[in-house]
Ligand binder design. Sequence first.
Ligand code: GLC
Length: 535
Amino acid sequence: MATAWWEECIVYQIYPRSFQDTDGDGIGDLKGIIQRMDYLESLGIDAIWLSPVFCSPMADFGYDISDYYTIDPLFGTLEDSDLLIREAHERNMKVIFDMVLNHTSIEHPWFQESRQSKDNEKADYYIWSDSIPNNWHGAFGKKAWTYDDVRKQYYLHSFLEEQPDLNWRNQEVVDAMFSILRFWLDRGIDGFRLDVINCIVKDKTLRSNPKIVGSRPRPYDMQRHIFDRNRPGTHQKLRMMRQLVDAYPDRMLVGEIMVELPGEPELAASYLGRNRDELHLSFDFSLAYTRFNAVKWQRSAKRWCEAIGKNRVPSWVLNNHDISRLVSRLTGNVAKAKLASLFLITQRGSIFLYYGEELGLPDSKVPWKYIHDPLGKRYWPVHPGRDPARGPMIWTVEEGHGFSVGESWLPFAPDAASYAVEEQEKDASSMLNYYRSLITMRKEEPIFGRGTCTYLNTNNKHIICYLREYEDEKCMIILNFNGRKQNVIIHDMVHPKTDWTIRFSSQKMLPDTETEAFNLQPWQGCIYSLKSKSS
Ligand code: GLC
């Protein structure tokens, strides 16, 4: 069976505020993304995913939408989005929009109408209650219920109080949201990244969640989200959404699944549907939260693959707009970051990259006066929020870094010039060129996206070693997760060392002195191919 594009694609997430500004307001825009199309094409990616660009009061930077049918003037116009889709398609790249279906902005006309009375036309578009009916928490801390002075009732918000939850038990809401999806599909969008999609349907009788007892609960979220997330009705809605989307050729749904504690791959996998009839792809963030350690990474990746199974497609992600950037999590160790991305790019399925990841960009340092993220405002300085991971893209070395002629809305990463695209392009050993060659290799050789994966035993807790096989090709990946050289002997390997030839390395190779063992530098990752029998 032919492979669909989303089964082995590389998606590049753009946080539009921070990618490229063209009007000098210090905030990126759609025209900016269009201007950088050649760069995007040069990366070899298959698709771009844009964090929300719809009309929004920006309480949560676009994740609070007040009009799903228009582009926020900050970012541009509908014509700009049409042009962006066209320009991307001309370069064989797909465009995915971030779609927030769980909640709207408090300023959405539906909410404004809904709050007026208990019996207006939109009265049941949201979830209202005379008193606080349960113990549900908002994901950003605080109670999930806020009193509205106008309607004199409480409304539910699983996130900020500016983000009231829609009532997905109301068929009119379902129809309205499906019309929005169709509107964008008709305009040529190739798919959606569905925000917190496992939250949409709530318990019918709004029962309280059980409290977490014992083991290190998080202070702001001490409950099991049994009744406000993962309701059976959500799966049913997703099956309908899948049918809607599949009526258009080649479109795709990838979902963000909210988890209680990092690492619930089985939950993320369940949203692909037992019969592959829900999301096309879902995110598992386990790796991004797993300590950089061979045993732990291997365990985490294996568990995700097992949850997904052979017939469905795993997706892989190390960075996004909600988490500290990989390089910062690895305290600036570039060799480790290269190893991590080698692991990422040699996995079966689809890969999600986050703008700046290809530059090895670290988090920005964001002083209090620049903190925008509501999470940061609430928890700073204990937690700086998510602004540091959303710093502007670095294109050039001079002031403004080619991002904006105005003052950028967030500070650039420290030592920004050293990450500039224009400099990295000139340097064959730069992170940017490293990513490019990894991506090219993956695209040229289907074994990486499609092949099976078997972990091999090396009896070395610092090493991950796996065999990828596709048709009659084989390649082997060996990764050293340690700061010392390792001599790696592979125990359950049928091919002697001499059968393997080096295909790619994250670092300069050590002189080969061993007959049996593979010598790896600190933090080195290598890909070997099996020499063909005829050579
Ligand atoms: C998702 C988004 C995050 C947003 C939240 C509420 O987790 O990734 O940025 O704040 O949903 O919409």
